[in-house]
Ligand binder design. Structure first.
Ligand code: PLP
Length: 385
């Protein structure tokens, strides 16, 4: 314990400062510091020679490293880097691969933020995006150009929860010499590890299942060491580093990923079954067992979407919900609902809505860990009204 200074002003600043306490804490401490102290100039030299770990939190911090290491390990990747949001991690992944003049092929069902990043921002740097429908009849070879560098897709899409044959699409892309980046946010490494199918980079909005408690915004990117080293430079240079507290929260949440996913997936299966036979529902979107046969476990994810038979009832449905909250996010331990047309997909024209099925009557449910009977009775009550 440092005890400095005779004068009140100096003592209040320095008293009790004990960064080197030797007690071994059971949980990882939060390194809530913007910078790290050095004993000598030689120590700084060692840092720059690659022998020291931490200098300044934007460049690296033990809490960021803990989260990145954990997700990399769970995804069976060599290395990982955390970022201030899922979008920060996606940006770092894209820029670790792409240069001006490059062309990106992406599934037409990618998250709107990813689409905006590529279409609105990276296009200004000469990076071109082309979205394609990943139907069985389509071959990537027919869409590849000499400048195509990257193929980007999601394991389970939002909000229609489409699951394509990931191993086969990755194989095709690799045969064409493309880099492959997979957004595994909805599936999590509990269900699928795209690296094992040959993906170069896997990204997560850690805001969702990785954190799992709707109390943190963060992202994690994992992949081969050289790509992650470059992506880390991008995170640092663009200022997209994750705060230590957010990293700590996400790492804490991650500890229960397996039990949360197990329960949430089981509950989601019951919710899908219930909705499929409900007279107020015209269509249920929930991945089939066949589509998810390449998953590491016999689960189909924890999200269920459905269309109301009578679209005009949609306002009443949301009003009628009591403890299931309407939130434009997902993956917390609490069951919640969102409304894609008025939130994530509000930029869609009526034509796009009809073409994609993302219509006014579409409801997306993020199924939580509560007792399934309570979830079903709450949904049934709201649908009944
Ligand atoms: C599939 C997917 N990827 C990426 C993101 C972006 O993550 P964040 O909001 O943490 O930046 C989201 C956000 O909803 C998402 O759903």
């Amino acid at each position: 314990m440092i005890d400095v200074g005779e004068r009140f002003e100096t003592t209040t600043v320095h008293i009790g400062h004990a960064p080197l306490r030797q007690a071994e804490s059971k949980s990882t401490p939060i390194y809530q510091t913007s910078v790290f102290a050095f004993d000598s100039l030689e120590e700084v030299e060692k840092y720059y020679a690659g022998e020291g770990e931490y200098l300044y939190t934007r460049n690296g911090n033990p809490n960021q490293a803990e989260l990145a290491f954990a997700v990399a390990r769970l995804e069976q990747a060599e290395a990982g880097v955390s970022a201030a949001s899922g979008m920060g991690a996606i940006m770092a992944g894209l820029l670790s691969i792409l240069s001006p003049g490059d062309h990106v092929l992406a599934s037409h069902e990618i998250y709107g933020g990813t689409y905006a990043l590529l279409q609105k921002e990276l296009s200004r740097f000469g990076i071109e995006l082309e979205c394609i429908v990943l139907d069985e009849g389509i071959h990537l070879a027919s869409r590849v150009r000499p400048t195509t560098k990257l193929f980007f897709l999601e394991t389970i899409t939002n909000p229609l929860l489409t699951v394509v044959d990931l191993p086969s699409w990755i194989r095709q892309a690799k045969e064409l010499g493309l880099f492959v980046m997979v957004d595994n946010t909805f599936a999590t490494p509990y269900l699928v590890q795209p690296i094992t199918f040959g993906a170069d980079l896997v990204v997560h909005s850690g805001t969702k299942y990785i954190g799992g408690h709707s109390d943190v915004t963060c992202g994690v990117l994992v992949g081969s060491r050289p790509l992650i080293e470059r992506a880390t430079e991008i995170v640092v240079n663009y200022g997209a580093s994750l705060s230590p507290f957010e990293a700590w929260l996400a790492a804490r949440g991650l500890k229960t990923l397996a039990v949360r996913m197990e329960r949430q997936c089981d509950n989601a299966r019951e919710v899908a079954r219930f909705l499929q036979s409900h007279p107020a529902v015209s269509r249920v979107y929930y991945p089939s067992q066949e589509a998810t046969s390449f998953f590491a476990r016999p689960k189909q994810g924890a999200m269920v979407s459905f269309a109301l038979r009578d679209e005009s009832e949609i306002y009443e449905f949301y009003r009628a919900l009591d403890w299931i909250q309407f939130v434009p996010s997902l993956a917390g331990v609490e069951t919640s609902v969102s409304h894609p047309v008025t939130t994530s997909h509000r930029a869609f024209s009526e034509e796009q809505r009809q073409a994609t099925g993302i219509t006014m009557g579409l409801v997306r449910i993020s199924v939580g860990i509560e007792a399934i009977d309570d979830i079903l009775s709450e949904l049934g009550r709201a649908l009944g009204k």
